[in-house]
Design a protein around this ligand. Structure first.
Ligand code: NIG
Ligand code: FE
Length: 388
């Protein structure tokens, strides 16, 4: 027997369904019917198919939004870099080299420690309204450590990304091209079965555009989708390369050139903006306005990692994007939900149209606007995943 649940008494429902109002597909005084974990119907509570429901719940005027889709995290790691953050806030610059200290701690951790940490993070994300999230490897950087990072990540999400090309590990410091050989050879062989995506940190101090092209091409040949970290610390060729190779996502884009915006507009590559990074490294925020005005598709993601952005809060990212990146509240909410789904090339999440997974968040607030209006306040009353 199918199981049908009706949530009624919703003060404000965001669906992204063009059948409803405006760009958010907004319905006031709304209800949502889920059947077997999928959205069956949304609309005004007055016309809800009450008779079809096995269970009825009352949201008592609360706002309901699609679950957040966090398209960029690095949650497989051990160790702590609070001291690095503290020094940065006292004037030290951020350096990609800090990644190596997390690599050492991650290699030294047992599977059990990494698994516990991942499951704690998965709960932390869920409690804050995130219902789909991507997880990258990249703190192992040996065949065995990258393989186990992805194997463990797969236990908490289907959206796993092989990031063996995060930085060149210390043992390969003077022979980076040999490390690239390892990444495209035995490491990719071991990791591809546990990954949906491949990513490269294309940046001075990490991997250059030629190395990036080689690694991404090898991943594509193995059937992995492409993602790129580009132009985080300075301008570079990574964004153009991501577009050229048809990457699903190019993330950071803190330092944008005219030719980058031209390449992105009209492409299918989604830009992942990661305001937690600029917040925690004191780099300037990326020019979201320019991207949006050029018609580029934009996602907001946490980039949760121990170095550059140790937040898992999508609400925080929305608040910063609205306050400091000139995104409107609807644009930021869209980027944190539907935009994340587009970045992961998923059409079953990030919205509440009929047929979507019944992944949604009941807010302890009358409107989605409160996500930006009440920064830092925990507003997630309930996270529903697959109707449960
Ligand atoms: O996305 N840019 C590269 N990787 C991470 C930072 C990792 C770290 O500092 O540990 C990022 O910002
Ligand atoms: Fe990242």
């Amino acid at each position: 027997m199918p199981r049908a649940t009706l949530l009624t008494g919703i003060g404000e429902l965001v669906t992204f369904d063009p059948a409803h109002d405006g760009p958010l597909g907004l319905v006031r005084d709304a209800a949502i019917l889920s059947v077997d974990g999928r959205v069956e119907w949304t609309g005004p509570a007055g016309s809800a198919p009450l008779g079809d429901a096995d269970e009825v719940h009352d949201a008592r005027g609360a706002a309901v939004i699609p679950g957040f889709v966090d398209s960029h995290t690095h949650l497989v790691f051990a160790g702590d870099r609070a001291a690095e953050f503290e020094a940065r806030m006292a004037g030290q610059p951020y350096s990609a080299g800090g990644i190596r200290s997390t690599v050492a701690a991650t290699r030294a951790a047992s599977d059990g420690e990494l698994r516990n940490q991942l499951s704690r993070f998965a709960s932390e994300l869920r409690a804050q309204g995130t219902t789909t999230f991507e997880v990258k490897s990249g703190y192992g950087l040996t065949v065995g450590d990258e393989e186990r990072s992805l194997r463990l990540a797969r236990e908490v999400t289907a959206e796993t990304t092989f990031l063996g090309a995060h930085v060149v590990p210390p043992e390969y410091a003077d022979r980076p091209d040999e490390y690239v050989d390892l990444v495209v050879g035995p490491m990719l062989d071991a990791c591809a079965p546990h990954a949906r995506w491949i990513d490269v940190f294309c940046e001075t101090g990490a991997f250059d555009p030629d190395q990036t092209r080689r690694i991404l091409t090898a991943g594509a040949e193995r059937g992995l989708g492409l993602r790129v970290h580009a132009s985080q610390l300075g301008p570079g060729a990574g964004i153009a390369l991501a577009v050229e190779l048809g990457a699903a996502a190019v993330d950071h884009c803190t330092y944008l050139a005219n030719r980058d915006v031209e390449a992105l507009s009209g492409s299918t590559t989604v830009v992942g903006l990661l305001p937690g990074v600029e917040f925690s490294t004191r780099h300037p925020y990326p020019d979201a306005r320019r991207l949006l005005d050029a018609g580029v598709r934009v996602a907001l993601a946490s980039d949760c990692n121990p170095g550059s952005s140790f937040t898992s809060s999508m609400a925080f990212c929305i608040a910063v994007a609205v306050r400091d990146m000139e995104m409107t509240v609807p644009e930021a909410l869209r980027a944190a939900t539907l935009g994340g789904a587009e970045s992961l090339r998923r059409d079953d999440v990030g919205h509440l149209r009929a047929g979507a997974r019944a992944d949604f968040v009941v807010l302890d607030a009358p409107s989605y606007v409160h996500l930006a209006y009440r920064p830092g306040v925990p507003l997630v009353a309930r996270t529903v995943i697959g109707g449960a």
